[in-house]
Design a protein around this ligand. Sequence first.
Ligand SMILES: [Zn+2]
Length: 271
Amino acid sequence: MLFHGVYDDAPSRSSVNHESIDPAVLDSVSKAFTRARSVLFITGAGISADSGLPTYRGIGGLYEDAGTEDGLPIEQALSGEMLRERPDVCWKYIHQIERACRGASWNRGHEVLAMLEERYDRALVLTQNVDGLHRRAGSKNVIEIHGDIHKLSCTRCSFRETVKDYAGLSFPPHCPECSAVLRPEVVLFGEMLPRDAVATLQRELERGFDLVVSIGTTSVFPYIAAPVVLARRTGRDTVEINPGTTGVSHVVAYRMQNRAAVVFDAIWRRL
Ligand SMILES: [Zn+2]
């Protein structure tokens, strides 16, 4: 269940005319953004695609159908069990993901989300991405439900560190204090979501949001789709920004089938 940030199968970008935003929909959505006092933004790989980050199928085609080069399904290679039994194998694939993120910068989509935080009484970003780009772009109120690949912690002691990238690490990396294997603070396949993040999310959802916006995610996970469904059911404004069709496309009040960076730039100019 992990790394949806990078692995989430973001929709193909080739089949849609990204630049043609429906003016009537843009108008309605901009009004929803204007009247809201509290907003929840739910993001997936699609928002980072504009930063050149690969998605699941795109990672060098490495994991397409045939599995990893070790002949394992990626769900097995990147599992909590593999990290315990064969940290060298698990880390090899973690490293590949990090390399794919390396050097990437936030884009206009991340930037506008960060600026919008100032505008509302409450704005929260719930992201599945492990690339850390929302925080780097300036968003402060962020739930990284699948973690951040740049945060490492010891599997035995309390050692933790945040790294800019993995350059200079040896694999698997070991704890400088107790020499046990380090791990990234991300949710590996077969692992639970971080308890703190889940509790925070629950608390926020109980307070409710005037506007819920789903961005660049297929919404296959219940905890990603449910806030949208709940908002719609309780008469709140709901928007989806995604070139493709997803698990919540039939739920939202407004669909914008465009790239996130383009849409947020357009909305920002209207506020
Ligand atoms: Zn340690």
